[in-house]
Each structure stands twice: as C-alpha cells, then as structure tokens.
Unconditional design. Sequence first.
Length: 415
Amino acid sequence: MPDCYIFDAVRTPRGKGKSGGALHTVAPIDLARIVLEATRDRNGIPEDVVDDVIMGVVEPVKEQGGDIARIAVLYAGLGQSVPGVQINRFCASGLEATNMAASKVMSGQADLTIGGGVESMSRVPMGSSSGPWATDPQVAAKTRFVPQGISADLVATLYGYSREDVDSYAVLSQERAAAAWADGRFSGSVVPVNDMNGLEVLGTDEIMRPGTTVDKLGKLKPSFKQLGEMYGFDAVALQKYPELESIEHVHHAGNSSGIVDGAAAILLGSKEAGERLGLTPRARIRSFASIGSEPTIMLTGPSDAAEKALKRAGMAPSDIDLWEINEAFAAVVLRFVEALELDMDDVNVNGGAIAMGHPLGATGAIILGTLLDELERQDKVTGLAALCVGAGMGTATIIERVNADGNPLQVGGAA
C-alpha cells in the first residue's frame, strides 16, 4: 500500500464565535479560501494538480452548505478540474476529512489531496442543521439522547473527576496556550485573516485568558445543572447508568471548549507527487481509525479509537511521543489520559480548545497540524491526534515524522 505523506498544514487564527468576534464579518467561504490559497502559495502548487479537496463542516447549511469545499476550490483558484466535497462526523470532521483524503492516496486513487475543515460558529450557530437525534422525541427516547454538556458531567461523575480536577486542567490549558503563543510555536502554521484591502482582521487566537486561576473558575456556576435537572436529562443519563445516584455538574464555560470561527487545511500526497512538485515530506500517516461508542456518555470514544489505530499500526501507547486530544470538555482529556495511562507532560503541550477554541469542522485538522509542528520543535518522531464525537464516536490518527527522502526518523532526527 502506498504511503501518504503530509507536506504542509495551515490554519487561520480562531476568532470568538459571537457577533462581536473578530471573524464574524468574514464569511466561512473566505475562511476556507484563505487556507486553500495559503496551501497553494506556500507550496507552489500549480492549477489543476490537486486530485480532491475534502473539508469537514458540522453545520453544512446556509453559508456553509451547498458543498462549500468545491466552491472554495473555485474561489481560491485551485483549478476547475479540482473537485471538492464536505463531510460531517461532528467534532472529528476535520480529522475525518484528512483521513479520507489520505486514504485516497494510500489506496492509489489519488496523488495529491487536501483535507481540512471550516466552521463559522458566529454566523452559522451550533444546531443550525437540526437533525432527528435531538429533535425527534421518538428517536431521542429510544437512543437515550442527552446534550453533550450532560455527557461531560456524566464522564466526570462516573470516573470521579471533581470540580477542582477539571478546573485545574482548564488552567493548565490556558497556561500552555499562552506560553506557546509567546514562544512563537504557531508562527509557521497560522496564516492571518486579512480583509479585501489587505489589512489584518485577526492574527492570533482571540479567546485566550492567560490570567485564569482555579479560584476564578471556582466562581462560575455549572453550565448544565439546570438543563439536567429541570429538563430531565439527568434522569435519562441515570437510566443508562443506574449505578450512579446523581450527576455531579462540574463543567462550565471556563473548562469547556470555546465557541470560535476558523479553518484549516492539510496537504497530503504520495512520494512521487512530492518529488514531481518539489515538496519535502514532513510526516507520513501511519494509521487512523473511527469507532462507535455508547451514545449517552458520548465522549469516551477517543481512547478506543486511539487503541484501534495503534493496533492497526502495530504500536502501543508507549511508542507514541506526543498526544493531541481535543479539549471538548476537561473531563474528556482526563479520561483519555487515565484510560491510556499517559503522562500529562506529553499531552496537549501547547494547550487546546479550552484556551483557544473549537471551530467544530476544522478542529481535527488544526490539532493534527499542531501535533506535527510540536514533533518537529521537540525533535520527536511519533504522534497521535484524537477527538470525541457527538452521538458516541471517536476518531484518531497516528503520524510519524520522516526525512527528506520519506524514510522514518529515529529519535534525535537520524535517518
């Protein structure tokens, strides 16, 4: 089976996903265009060379509907022969799109592809596309639907994570993100968003709160307590998990992922395509996996997806140098680390979505690019990115750095 290499990874800054956010005036098609243009220009990609563009979009309606990936291809000038398609695996959409783009190369059906995603949460809010799981009472009752915030509190309750535990992790995310930006660790992958006059609209992630402390977070009220108690979702969760007496509501805006706008793109291809275009491979895709998990607790799938991807690669957790797990909620990360018996020093070392935000369709591609950048910065070799997914799923991808000839590196960067 042919190898698939990562040649480049770019993203926009993440803007606050509200009407007052810096990117609210920027249409999602422009966010998608910006990362595609940057991918083309940084790598000197000629027109009509890319075989496919696959972009994740969680709310594929209104400005984000109508196959935004294909329209972005045309708008960015990649060439009219380049197709595009949008896909939706909820929060893992950006990583799933990248995996799909990689699979075309690995199966020999494409030479050069782009995976990624876009989400303008300020302009197309969560829930805009509706769907029967949350809106059809018969479906919701049969599948024991609860909102994700209830699931996050269920995870914390079931595995014994206290309010202090989740708040402490949120502070760590903020501290790490601030340090990463101060150290310039994102400078090689973040492309600023400019207006039509070339003036910068946003150049850095907008929602970070580097002065956050556990004491400050402790003053925030739980976000999902009323939803669980007054609307009956706690009772639904307890029907599925009768071993619990009640749900401890510990999550709030400060220890949950931020609502933001953003886009990302990953340039993928075969060794031959890279040689033909003068591209230097940075890593190869070792394996990837998506799994289904219990839908009421919903958010425990990443560890199972990681284990499946590890098995496919013939690897163990000890073979992975760095980990990126999407910070949908603090308890998700705590459970992932506990399940795989990881060292927190190797997980989300530059912070994550709690500090910088979670543009739903793009986040998977963002964290994969962050992982690659950090492997290079620390001169390490292997990394795994994973996300929890709505309706009970998980997606994971393993990458391995390579030398200029596409051969795997050893620790310390030796061929």
